[in-house]
Design a protein. Structure first.
Length: 293
C-alpha cells in the first residue's frame, strides 16, 4: 500500500469520571499529577498501549496488523522471524551485515510490513541473545505527547472493604479487610499528536488504510478497556488537521493554539463534559480541519 502524502496534527479530548486514568507506580499508583500545578497527566505510553490493544482486538492478527509490543510475547520471538525471513541465523547477524549492506533495510522492511505499531510509532528492535540481535531502529511517523488535564484535578483516596480474608489466621480474628482506591472525580484531558508523511514515505510505509485505523483506534481506545479502576473514560473529540502537502503548510503550534478548551460561563467546578466549551480559531491557509466524535 502507498504511504500517506499529507502531514497531520491532531488533538484528542478525553475524560474520566470516578476513575484512575493513569496510575503512577512511584506514588502508590495514585493518578499522575504535576506536583507544581496540580494538573493531571496521562503518559504517551499509556495512550499508545490502548491504541495497540484496540488494533489487536479489531484485526485479530490479520496479516500486516500484528502488534510488536504486547503482553506475553518476548521481543526476541518477533525479531527472530525477521532473521528467518532474510535467511540469517540470529547469532550470525552481525557478520552477515558486513557482507550485505542492504540487510538492515530488509530486516526493517519486514518488521514494518508485519507489525502495525512499528509502522505507526516506530520501535527500537535491538535485543541480546547470543550477542546482539539487532533488527534496527525505526522512527515512526505517528508521535504522541503527554495528555494534560484542562483544569487541575484533585485525586481522592477512598477506603474500601472486602469480605474475602487473605489467610486462615486472619479469618479467625476479623470478618473484613480494608483497602484503598484512588480516583479522579472528574477530569477532561487533552493530548496532542503528530503524523509525518515524510517519515511514512521514507521509512515505514504508513498508509491511508493505516491512518483510518489509527483514527478508529483513538476514538474507541477506551470502549474495550473498561475496568473498575479506570472508572468511566471516553474520547469526546478528535480534532484532525490535514495539510495540503507532505512537509506541511503551517507550524504545529499554531494549529494547536487554535483549539481552545475552557469552562462554560458560570461554571466554577467542572464535573462533566457539558461544563466545557470548545472553540476553534482561525486555521492557516493550506490546512483543513475535521472534527470527529
Amino acid at each position: 500500500m502507498e504511504a500517506i502524502k499529507n502531514r497531520y496534527e491532531f488533538v484528542i479530548l478525553f475524560d474520566v469520571e470516578n476513575g484512575n486514568p493513569n496510575g503512577d507506580p512511584d506514588a502508590g499508583n495514585m493518578p499522575r499529577v504535576d506536583p507544581e500545578t496540580g494538573y493531571g497527566i496521562v503518559t504517551d505510553v499509556c495512550l499508545k498501549r490502548k491504541i495497540r490493544n484496540y488494533v489487536e482486538l479489531a484485526r485479530e492478527d490479520e496479516p500486516g496488523y500484528r502488534i510488536y509490543i504486547k503482553d506475553g510475547v518476548p521481543l526476541n520471538r518477533s525479531d527472530n522471524e525477521a532473521c528467518e525471513y532474510v535467511g540469517v541465523k540470529p547469532e550470525k547477524l552481525k557478520e552477515e551485515k558486513k557482507k550485505d549492506p542492504d540487510l538492515d533495510r530488509k530486516l526493517r522492511d519486514f518488521m514494518c510490513q508485519n507489525f502495525y505499531d512499528i509502522r505507526s510509532f516506530g520501535a527500537v528492535m535491538t535485543t541480546f541473545v547470543k550477542g546482539a540481535l539487532n533488527c534496527g531502529q525505526v522512527r515512526g511517523p505517528v508521535q504522541l505527547g503527554f495528555a494534560r488535564s484542562i483544569d487541575p484535578v484533585m485525586p481522592q483516596e477512598i477506603t474500601i472493604t472486602r469480605v474475602a480474608i487473605t489467610t486462615e489466621a486472619d479469618a479467625e480474628n476479623k470478618g473484613t479487610e480494608m483497602g484503598r482506591k484512588y480516583v479522579v472525580p472528574y477530569g477532561l484531558y487533552r493530548a496532542e499528536g503528530y503524523i509525518s508523511a515524510n517519515l511514512a514515505r521514507k521509512t515505514t510505509g504508513f498508509s491511508e488504510t493505516d491512518l483510518e485505523l489509527l483514527w478508529e483506534a483513538i476514538l474507541n481506545m477506551f470502549e474495550h478497556d473498561h475496568s473498575a479502576a479506570r472508572g468511566k473514560m471516553a474520547v469526546r473529540k478528535l480534532i484532525i488537521f490535514k495539510h495540503d502537502s507532505e512537509l506541511g503548510n503551517a507550524p504545529a503550534y499554531k494549529l494547536f493554539d487554535a483549539v481552545k478548551v475552557s469552562r462554560m460561563d458560570g461554571v466554577d467546578l467542572a464535573r462533566s463534559f457539558a461544563d466545557y466549551k470548545i472553540e476553534l480559531g482561525e486555521i492557516p491557509e493550506g490546512v483543513h480541519c475535521v472534527c470527529r466524535g
